[in-house]
Design a protein. Structure first.
Length: 239
């Protein structure tokens, strides 16, 4: 559900009902376009307001348990959270903005997951594969959130874009920390390649063109190729 915007009519020119309008359009006052105020930043909210905002996010997450993102309207979230519709729009400018925050809230659990259960593996490839597989298992258990990612990644909403960038940076940090003994820039490049494969596999799984078993295999293979595979010249080769 999107907020309605007033439409500005085009004033008539020349004679209207036999009455001369000197100067044409210049004599007709122009209506100013209403400014849309930005929602308040979380750090500027009081404890009660912050709790209300979090309740709205939790309501959106709860609705995704039984409904696809495209089926949920802002009024549904308001009803689930027990607040007025206007309250939802006070904290979130659009549906995209709200569900970007819902996704970020859910994705933040990856950090907690890694803290509670250290990554398995004695090599960089094993540890990076483990953390990427954990991310994929999270989407596997909640496919609606995978569809939210695909829906919002092309959003033109500036708040959605900012949240996506923040969420990507947080996940990248978790992935980079799984790599030991590599220069920071190299580790980021490795993660960039691996997450590109991850994103492609997630998309193909959501679209039904890839089985989840193949998804896990392809992610593991991509990590192995980047970190462990090396092409050696045959022994008989002449330098």
């Amino acid at each position: 559900m999107q907020s309605s915007r007033a439409q500005t009519g085009v004033p008539p020119t020349g004679n209207v009902a036999g009455v001369d309008r000197p100067g044409g359009n210049d004599s007709v006052p122009k209506r100013s376009t209403p400014k849309v105020s930005a929602p308040p930043l979380p750090e500027t909210l009081s404890a009660a307001q912050l709790a209300r905002r979090e309740r709205i996010i939790e309501a959106g997450l709860s609705l995704l348990r039984s409904h696809d993102h495209t089926q949920i309207q802002m009024k549904d979230v308001a009803g689930e959270a027990g607040v007025a519709l206007g309250t939802v729009y006070r904290y979130f400018q659009s549906k995209d903005h709200l569900f970007a925050e819902v996704l970020a809230h859910w994705a933040s659990q990856l950090v907690t997951n890694v803290e509670r259960r250290p990554l398995r593996g004695s090599t960089n490839a094993e540890r990076l594969t483990d953390v990427l597989h954990r991310s994929m298992r999270a989407f596997q258990s909640w496919p609606q959130l995978a569809r939210v990612v695909l829906s919002l990644e092309t959003s033109e909403d500036p708040f959605t874009r900012e949240i996506f960038a923040r969420n990507m940076a947080r996940n990248t940090k978790v992935y980079v920390e799984s790599l030991q003994g590599l220069p920071d820039e190299v580790a980021k490049d490795v993660v960039s390649v691996a997450t590109s494969v991850f994103d492609l596999q997630l998309r193909q799984w959501v679209m039904g063109s890839q089985s989840i078993a193949d998804v896990y295999d392809r992610i593991a293979r991509a990590v192995w190729v980047v970190l462990e595979f090396s092409e050696r010249l045959p022994a008989t080769s002449v330098a």
